[in-house]
Write a protein that binds this ligand. Structure first.
Ligand SMILES: Cc1cc2nc3c(=O)[nH]c(=O)nc-3n(C[C@H](O)[C@H](O)[C@H](O)COP(=O)(O)OP(=O)(O)OC[C@H]3O[C@@H](n4cnc5c(N)ncnc54)[C@H](O)[C@@H]3O)c2cc1C
Length: 395
């Protein structure tokens, strides 16, 4: 079966499309994955997340006792939902880190942890952040230095610094990796925790980025004491837990081709409205060539995404599907946004006001696009993976 063409999914797609049109929050669209700008946007995003869970459009893979569809769940449906949200330029649910937390708790948590946390995720009420990366540990995450020292009765005292923490400024809980055995080989001495972000010793400092918004943060942990209920799974098994929860996030990849297709369509529209050599740019042969090449690249990406999802649903994930998709999506995103600014000419430097084209959409896309080439593994790391796992080249 091929994704995106399966006839019985088309009815579901129409239903989701109507739902998204009716219920998507009234928040001005932005490029990429962004945090709420203020409390009122946050409230809208929480309600949007709640509505998506309540409609059964997300969380389908969860066990039925926590509201999932159990064995009725189909990955194709997650894909359709993610695609329709992206197509509409609606914000994704406040869910990125919550997805990882849910996966970690379902697979490795205690019943008590599942009861305490999963309901708050479903209701959209609880915001989560991912406290993995550090100033000296990103690509090489296992070299992280935040320490969690046992202090008796299953309690730990945590100190260190995290960075790039999306949604940290709004988060109620943080999914944290910390070193619990500094003597063990680096992958074996790490544990996973779910910590209350309001505990004494947690300090969150938002970072304002070149897009003008503060989407991620620095988080400082200074002798933060947590009880045994914060530990996920067993001590020193954090690396395995983090990797297995990351592997659950598959439907995100589906949005990549949809987002870029949407952007190429907007680019063609832009090319109709801006001049080149006294004629609409779209009539220029060189512009048409580039629009054609970008369209072909998005088609290739789309084929790769669906082939990859099909392999996943047959239990045979391709070893380099994810890095190839991530690399192609993020680099193409930069290319499309850069071409839009080129087409805009001198208006390309105006981000707001009467002279700004498309409400500054392309400036925002351009400034954000680079983030995708870093987040979740940089382009260089993706190329390494493709070379080593796909082509069998030496390290
Ligand atoms: C928008 C955004 C949101 C994010 N959100 C979160 C979040 O919520 N939580 C979280 O924990 N993290 C988050 N991250 C962090 C992200 O996972 C890291 O930025 C990423 O893993 C890269 O790590 P780094 O920034 O430390 O760069 P480094 O690892 O220091 O890399 C610096 C440069 O060196 C290159 N490089 C490194 N190693 C190699 C190598 N072996 N071979 C070749 N080149 C190499 C890299 O490609 C890069 O160009 C986010 C990042 C971004 C951009």
């Amino acid at each position: 079966m091929r994704y995106g063409t399966d006839a019985d999914l088309e009815g579901f797609r129409a239903e989701v499309r109507a739902f998204v049109e009716r219920c998507a929050p009234d928040i001005p669209p932005k490029a990429g994955v962004r945090s709420a700008e203020d409390e009122s946007e946050l409230a809208l995003l929480k309600e949007w997340t709640r509505a998506l869970f309540a409609a059964g459009y997300i969380g389908g893979s969860w066990p039925t006792e926590y509201g999932g569809r159990g064995s009725d769940h189909r990955l194709e449906r997650d894909v359709v939902v993610a695609e329709e949200i992206a197509r509409h330029r609606a914000p994704p649910p406040v869910q990125g880190a919550a997805n990882l937390v849910a996966a970690a708790l379902i697979e490795h948590g205690t019943d008590d942890q599942r009861r305490r946390h999963l309901a708050g995720i479903r209701s959209g009420e609880r915001i989560h952040c991912q406290l993995f990366s550090e100033p000296g540990a990103g690509s090489d995450l296992a070299s992280l230095r935040t320490r969690a020292v046992p202090v008796g009765d299953g309690r730990f005292r945590i100190s260190g610094q995290k960075v790039w923490t999306t949604n940290g400024q709004w988060a109620d809980y943080g999914y944290l990796l910390a070193r619990t055995d500094p003597e063990a080989p680096k992958h074996n001495g790490i544990s996973a925790f779910l910590i209350d972000m309001r505990l004494p010793g947690v300090e969150v400092r938002p970072l304002r980025e070149m897009t003008g918004t503060a989407d991620f943060n620095e988080v400082f942990l200074d002798d933060v004491e947590v009880g045994p209920e914060a530990l996920i799974g067993t001590v020193n098994h954090g690396w395995r837990i983090a990797n297995s929860s990351l592997a659950h996030e598959r439907s995100g990849v589906a949005t990549s081709a949809v987002r870029l297709r949407r952007n190429v369509a907007a680019l063609v529209d832009l090319a109709r409205r801006v001049p080149r050599h006294g004629r609409p740019a779209v009539e220029d042969a060189a512009v048409r060539d580039r629009l054609g090449a970008l369209t072909a690249s998005v088609d290739a990406l789309s084929a790769l995404v669906y082939a990859s999802l099909t392999r996943v649903s047959h239990g045979r994930p391709g070893p380099v599907d994810a890095p190839m998709t991530k690399l192609m999506f993020s680099e193409l995103g930069v290319e499309i946004a850069a071409f839009a600014l080129e087409l805009e000419g001198e208006s390309g430097i105006v981000v707001s006001g009467d002279r700004a084209l498309d409400n500054g959409r392309w400036q925002d896309e351009f400034l954000y696009a680079r983030a995708y080439t870093i987040a979740g593994g940089s382009s260089e790391i993706m190329r390494n993976l493709i070379a080593e796992r796909g082509l069998g080249l030496p390290r």
